[in-house]
Design a protein around this ligand. Sequence first.
Ligand code: C2E
Ligand code: MG
Ligand code: MG
Length: 572
Amino acid sequence: MDNPTAVTGPDPGVIADAAAALDQLGLALSVFDGESRLRLANEAFAAIYRLAPGQVRAGMTLAEIVALREAANTGPAMAARDYVAWRARVAQAAQRFESRVELRDGRSLVIVHQSLPDGGWVSTHEDVTERQRRELQSRQLGWNDPATGLASNAVLAARLEALARPGAEMPVAVLVFDIDRFKSVTQMLGLGLEARETTQALLRQIAERLSKVAGGSALLARLAADRFVLVQTGETQPQAARTAAWAMQQALDAPFEAGGRRLLLHASVGIALAAEYGGVGACLARADLALLRAKSEGGGRIRFYEPEMDAHHHRSQALEMDLRHALENGEFEIHYQPFLDLLTNEIVGFEALARWRHPARGMVPPTDFIPLAEQTGLIEKLGSWVLETACRTVALWPGAPSIAVNLSPVQVRNPMIVATVQEALRRSGLEASRLELEITEGVLLCDGPGSLATLQRLKSLGVRISMDDFGTGYSSLGYLRNFAFDRIKIDRSFVSGLPASRDCAAIVNAILGLGRSLGIAVTAEGVETTDQLERMRQEGCDEAQGYLISRPLPAEQARALLAGRMAQALPA
Ligand code: C2E
Ligand code: MG
Ligand code: MG
């Protein structure tokens, strides 16, 4: 033969050297010949089976070695005879064979078997018990978020803990991402198992896009529902955090597909830097506060943590506690702000504006407590109270003025609002045509057909529906096509720009033109000067509301104002 080693197998000397080398790695090795007798085993082999080095000798059969192992409680978990027969079959059948073998003492080994040309075999034996235990533990602890495959809360906590240890000083930024109005999106996708799966698929798409731009060294984890966290270490801050936040917002820009719909999603981002205001420990909570601020500013924003946010948070938490009792304690009242008919110059109606007289803090503005009431679900009770009180109060006023009540998107999302309105009308005796419900486009945004159907049902009661703060949302125009509004209220930010700002003038004129051609009445909000009032009158606006005409007034004063104007209007 040209090449004798190819027939007889590897040179035993070489194998012995290799076996010694494997000892260094703690990898056990055994070589058997064509007669199933041990040709060679390294020290690690004896060690792995808890045998003394001298016990394992060349020339032993596999069955003899297994007998030694049984005495040392390291025999195979299966019957020894079956094991030996199985190994012999493997030796004949397979070139290379990898198997996992359980031992009597509870350990698991991975044995890789390679046949040799002389009918013998070489095998390596590795104890994988510890690795297996760690894998199992990590699965039980949930190192991975099952829905998205991103790192889980547990990993995030471990990473932050490690970074918070003394001596681990390096720049750390924690970024918290949250999809704006995600709850509305999931509500739109519906209920039931199928909708849940669609939501999970959507979250996976979001996670995929985020991880593409996360950057290799950063940790991306999923905190909860639609909340994701990025931890950056060792980067130049705050630039790196800002860049990552932008990149991730952009990554979400392209429409998503879910349940056969195209969805536009935006994310808000809160960022906390460990170097500022001390330590990694509080970073996640601070990034959360910054996120809260970003969201309260309308979403789609990036905000860095500032210490002032703590104070604000504590204040709003305390306020939330108080809000829960405010209604029972009779701390709410309603102020009424009149609408002026620009053609007749008469007061034709009032808007009901909720006021909270806090026993210690004094008057709390609705811009502070309405969002809080919405978050806590108290808005439904508060809203019903405002609705009924306003209807009752104004029902008895002279001249049958109309009454406008603001509805929060949260109220409209609950179909029960129809019954609530019906009940308020019935109890107060107010004719439906005198009630106007003001909604903002937040009601229609992402809410799909549910809210629209509710608005239709409200309209069929005979009440009117107006769109409040028109022009401040980003798709107000589209909603005019979807629903037959009775009134548009031009947001006061445009009116207050008059007459100086040409842009505001152009927008106001465009809205008035729109109202005329669609046959929708238009009210100008926030009229503060006679200039603005005259301007609105000249441009053909129907009604005006604002401090010039009157500030919101307590019920008695509003009624007196109405009665006084009516008396003035009477011929002398
Ligand atoms: P809104 O519905 O747009 O109400 C108009 C707001 O503009 C009122 O603020 C009013 O006092 C103010 N305003 C009226 N005329 C002028 C003016 O000439 N100049 C200026 N600078 N402001 C003027 P307010 O009472 O603080 O209410 C703020 C918002 O809170 C309301 O905006 C409304 O969205 C909400 N809100 C108030 N009461 C309720 C309620 O009972 N339910 C709900 N869901 N929201 C309410
Ligand atoms: Mg309003
Ligand atoms: Mg408004």
